[in-house]
Design a protein around this ligand. Structure first.
Ligand code: AHR
Length: 514
């Protein structure tokens, strides 16, 4: 026993020392056959949950807070700056309780709805289909609507599509026009239920596959939208059987995408504080986040069996860190702060998506405003951008860029007797020929030396932006909103066609080569 412990100690010491000394050699290939990184990987999610919509996005057009048709102007600006490609709405679990017709027409005549999943609050339905789809237009983002399968009907769902998308004369397009909108919005992305294995109806995979086929049959694209993409409610984390059953039982021509949900949670009964966490909790969160690599690889392998041409997209339509709610807030509102831990989590996850761009073609961070791993937090008239926001902005250079396949052996981040890959990376070339390399150091203690051969990349001059802080637990507060934001990074050198970088602990770095 003593001998084993000693051996373990020595191994850890060697790993730690070598992590500090040996450079990590990263190879980046300029491969013309590599896929394009779909911009929709950088999507967001806005659920009727806590203060995401009401008191977050939507303050109403009589509010003193500057707004456009009731939506805060500061949020609109922040999301435009982010180049938000798509926004998922109205849930989440809420989607399978939502009846869209309650959210159209004169606001004062709309019925209320009690949000049964999230805090039991009564909503007045003042934010509905028009408000959401008009917001997406303002943002220049594709809407991704989640339809109600759990407690709705096929008729209700197909009417929603007709209402949003039909250009000719029909009962639903007439209703839309009566409500003030002549032109259809042409919504492309439609989710057929949400978490059908849980809050969406507690269905078996086999039962849901049949439901899916039925709903999908009546989802017409009305021949004027350029086609709609039907997205199946996907697996919970590593439920590969769910993906297998859907892929086997749903004809491929009915299936545009298959979802996957994965949250980085330490323990569902004891999630831990969003700010006051130990290194052990940090390590465990990162372990859950890095699991995304295995999840995406294994779900993709199942999909490959039935769809070798990769026609069906993997849509990771809920991901992010999930901690205990902030003290003195409604437990059903899922409001949490956002630290450098979240920045690292976001950077590492987006690297995984970029590197699997052949199959992962859409993803939605949960959630956009005031809920879970939010990019924006609000407090009455105040608004702050979280460290996660800054990572999403730094990474938007990868949107629709050509993936550059990357390979390296990562050093290890060791905590007690456990290890994780310390370094994560992805790279792409945009349409102007600029190269972007994203590097994340998950390691909470050690910096890592990185060496990248840049000879074949056709660029010479590099600049870099980094996000890090002095403590893992640092965050932006309403009192100190800019404590964490990206800064220029200079601790690298370009020598003889090589980039040598000193990557600080718990940091996210994006290099640009031109
Ligand atoms: O994002 C919060 C909730 O997490 C969503 O409503 C649900 O789909 C998931 O379980």
């Amino acid at each position: 026993m003593k001998k084993t412990l000693l051996l373990l100690f020595v191994t850890i010491c060697i790993q730690t020392i070598s992590a500090q000394k040996e450079p990590v050699i990263i190879t980046i290939k300029n491969d013309p056959t590599a896929p394009t990184i779909n911009k929709n990987i950088y999507g967001h999610f806005a659920e009727h949950l806590g203060r995401c919509i009401y008191g977050g996005f939507f303050v109403g057009d009589t509010s003193k807070i500057p707004n456009t048709n009731g939506v805060r102007n500061d949020i609109i600006k922040a999301l435009k700056d982010l180049k938000i490609p798509n926004l998922r709405w109205p849930g989440g679990c809420f989607a399978d309780t939502y009846h869209w017709k309650d959210g159209i027409g004169p606001k004062e005549q709309r019925p209320t709805i009690v949000n049964q999943w999230w805090g039991g609050v009564t909503e007045d339905n003042s934010f509905g289909t028009h408000d959401f789809l008009n917001l997406c237009e303002v943002l220049g983002a594709e809407p991704y609507l989640s339809g109600n399968v759990g407690s709705g009907t096929v008729q209700e769902f197909s009417d929603w599509i007709q209402y949003a998308n039909f250009g000719g004369k029909s009962p639903m397009s007439d209703l839309r026009k009566k409500n003030g909108r002549t032109e259809p919005w042409k919504v492309k992305f439609w989710g057929i239920g949400n978490e059908a294995w849980g809050c969406g109806g507690n269905m078996t995979a086999e039962y849901y596959a049949n439901e899916y086929r039925k709903f999908a049959t009546f989802m017409s694209d009305w021949n004027n939208t350029g086609g709609i993409t039907r997205i199946a409610s996907g697996a919970n984390s590593n439920d590969y059987n769910w993906t297998e059953v859907l892929m086997k039982n749903i004809p491929l021509n009915m299936l545009g995408g298959v979802g996957v949900h994965h949250y980085s949670v330490i323990d569902w009964n004891k999630k831990g504080d969003a700010v006051n966490f130990s290194e052990e909790q940090y390590f465990k969160t990162m372990k859950e986040a890095l699991k995304m690599e295995e999840l995406v690889t294994k779900h993709a392998a199942v999909m490959d069996k039935y769809d070798p041409e990769k026609k069906v997209a993997m849509v990771v339509d809920e991901w992010g860190g999930w901690y205990d709610v902030e003290k003195d807030t409604n437990p059903g509102f899922l409001y949490q702060q956002n630290t450098i831990r979240d920045a690292v989590l976001a950077g590492a996850t987006l690297n995984i998506f970029n590197n699997h761009a052949d199959r992962v073609r859409m993803a939605n961070l949960a959630q956009c405003v005031n809920v879970l791993q939010a990019v924006i937090l609000t407090d009455k008239a105040k608004m702050i951008l979280t460290p996660t926001y800054h990572v999403m902005q730094m990474y938007n250079v990868h949107q629709d860029a050509k993936q550059l396949p990357i390979s390296f052996d990562s050093p290890l981040y060791t905590f007690k007797d456990q290890t994780l890959r310390a370094v994560s990376a992805s790279a792409s070339k945009d349409k102007n020929g600029a190269i972007h390399i994203s590097l994340v150091n998950v390691d909470a203690k050690n910096k890592h030396k990185i060496e990248i051969d840049t000879k074949d990349l056709g660029v010479k001059n590099f600049t870099a932006q980094i996000i890090t802080s002095s403590k893992l637990q640092d965050y932006n507060s309403f009192e100190s909103p800019n404590k964490i934001s990206p800064v220029t990074f200079k601790d690298f050198d370009t020598k003889k066609g090589k980039l040598e970088i000193n990557l600080p602990p718990f940091s996210v770095l994006v290099l640009e080569g031109k």
